[in-house]
Structures are given as structure tokens and as C-alpha cells.
Design a protein around this ligand. Structure first.
Ligand code: DHB
Ligand code: FE
Length: 279
């Protein structure tokens, strides 16, 4: 059977992709952030997952404001990254796992999640930047990827509890897939940030650290926040915490924190990095 071996939470700030392209990871501004990743690289090299399920939000590349699925899932053989205007090369396509995607889609609909199934899906920095962070030099060619997109741009947005439940349903679906596969789950985005308006630049370190603490073994204590609460406490884009909650929902075993890093600011954001194992 397929098993979920762990999860990685990561920011997906576009400027990270620019720093990678310019090879400035070791400069004083970037080093404290990039220093958070070697333990994750070591873990990935040791554990050798076959599939990455990536919870992220599409910032308008594939789903603009005119058509905004609450939850969308890729069911394609590959996913292409397009130029978002950051002045960097797009990354090579990521490879899909159509069999597992369709299994998850069937199970989700059975479980009353009415998802948008995408047989074509362009991927933006929400997915591409974390791929580059986890597999430096774009060395992810051996990985199969299942993109799961959660609306975080346009109200109404799904609640933290709903996102956690989506993750739980996906976790159960993976565990009922009969192929022997090792699966890692990524939650990308956050932590606190607000990119525009009067509160642009807002970061709430105390809240971010609290969320990272609770996500390990008391994630249910984060599920009563409303979207409005998250906007007020963590900024308009702090709602990206939902991706971490969906990620955590997918872990149904004994969860242990193996590594974390938190650094502010990276661009406008409290940049969190976290590695959890699931036994
Ligand atoms: C930034 C953060 C994001 O999550 C994003 O999608 C775009 C920009 C930032 O901090 O610059
Ligand atoms: Fe974002």
C-alpha cells in the first residue's frame, strides 16, 4: 500500500526563485533562510519518497478571479511552469502520477469533496519555488507530483477546518491506494504576510511560532480560526496557513517534528520551514 512518510511546510515567496537563479543563497540576507534546508535535503535523500502531494495556492497564473475553484487537483501526466514575470527561467515540467491522482479524486468525491479535476494545469511559484528548494538544481525529475490547489486569493475562502479535513480525506485516500509508494506531503505558503493595503508588510512572529508549535501535535487547536481571524492576525495573505493545515491533515500516524527554521523577513513574509515525520 502507499504510505505517507512525512510532510514539509515551506514558504513559496517568488523572490526565493530569483535568489536561486542569481546564486545568491550564501549572501547575508539569504543565508539564514537557505540554511534551513540541508536537513530536509538529507532526509529526502535518506527516505527517497516516490510522490509529492503539494498543497499550494495559485496566485492567478492558472485560476484568475473569473474562475476560482475552492479546491482543484491535477490529474495530468505533467505540469508546466509558465513565466510569471520575475525575470527568471521557468523550471522544467514536473511529472504527474495520473493513477494516484484519479484514485484521490474518486475517493474525495465519494467523501463529499466537490473538487475541480484538472487534466491540464499550469503551475506557479506556489509549487515551483518549493520544488526548487527541496530538490536543488531542479533535481526533482524522479519525483511524481500531485498538485492540490486551495483558493487563497478571492473570498469566500475555505476555512482552516475545511482545509484540514481535505488533507485528512486525501491522506486516507493515499493509504487505500494499492501500489507501494512512499509519499511526502508539502504545504506551501505563509506564514504571516500582507502584500498590499494599509497594513502591507505586516508580520506576526508570535502567531507564526504558535502555529508551528501547534501544527506538530495539536493541530485541532488551529481549526477554530475563521478566515477573517487569519486576515486580522496574520495579514491578508497569512491565510496561506491553510496549506500547512491541509498538509497536516494528511498525516494520520504518530507525527514528530524533525526540523524547523523561521526567519523574518524574507521579502514581506515570515518564512517558515518545517519537516515532520509520520509513522
Ligand atoms: C510574497 C509572498 C507570497 O506568498 C507570494 O505569493 C508572493 C509574494 C512576498 O513576501 O513577497
Ligand atoms: Fe503566496
Amino acid at each position: 500500500m502507499a504510505e505517507i512518510i512525512g510532510a514539509i511546510g515551506s514558504s513559496h515567496i517568488p523572490a526565493i526563485g530569483v535568489a536561486i537563479a542569481r546564486k545568491i543563497q550564501q549572501t547575508p540576507y539569504w543565508k539564514p533562510f537557505f540554511d534551513g534546508f540541508p536537513p530536509i535535503h538529507d532526509w529526502l535523500a535518506r527516505e527517497k519518497p516516490d510522490v509529492a502531494i503539494v498543497f499550494y495556492n495559485d496566485h492567478g497564473l492558472e485560476f484568475f478571479l473569473d474562475k476560482k475553484p475552492t479546491f482543484a487537483i491535477g490529474a495530468a501526466a505533467e505540469y508546466i511552469s509558465y513565466d510569471e514575470g520575475w525575470g527568471i527561467d521557468t523550471i522544467p515540467p514536473v511529472i504527474g502520477d495520473e493513477g494516484l491522482s484519479w484514485h484521490i479524486c474518486n475517493e474525495l468525491v465519494e467523501d463529499e469533496f466537490d473538487i475541480t479535476i484538472c487534466q491540464e494545469l499550469g503551475i506557479d511559484h506556489g509549487l515551483t519555488v518549493p520544488m526548487q528548494l527541496m530538490w536543488p538544481g531542479n533535481s526533482y525529475g524522479h519525483m511524481k507530483v500531485i498538485p492540490v490547489v486551495i483558493n487563497c486569493e478571492e473570498h469566500p475562502m475555505p476555512s482552516p477546518k475545511r482545509c484540514f479535513d481535505l488533507g485528512r480525506s486525501i491522506g486516507k485516500a493515499v493509504e487505500s491506494y494499492e501500489k507501494e509508494l512512499k509519499v511526502v506531503v508539502l504545504g506551501t505558503g505563509g506564514l504571516s504576510h500582507q502584500l498590499d493595503g494599509q497594513r502591507a508588510g505586516l508580520i506576526n512572529k508570535e502567531f507564526d511560532i504558535m502555529c508551528m508549535d501547534k501544527i506538530v501535535n495539536q493541530p485541532e487547536e488551529l481549526l477554530d480560526f475563521s478566515i477573517r481571524d487569519l486576515v486580522e492576525i496574520a495579514g491578508a495573505q497569512g491565510v496561506e496557513l491553510n496549506m500547512w493545515l491541509a498538509m497536516r491533515g494528511a498525516l494520520t500516524g504518530q507525527v514528530t517534528e524533525l526540523h524547523r527554521n523561521y526567519h523574518i523577513p524574507i521579502s514581506n513574509t515570515g518564512a517558515g520551514t518545517m519537516l515532520l515525520s509520520n509513522k
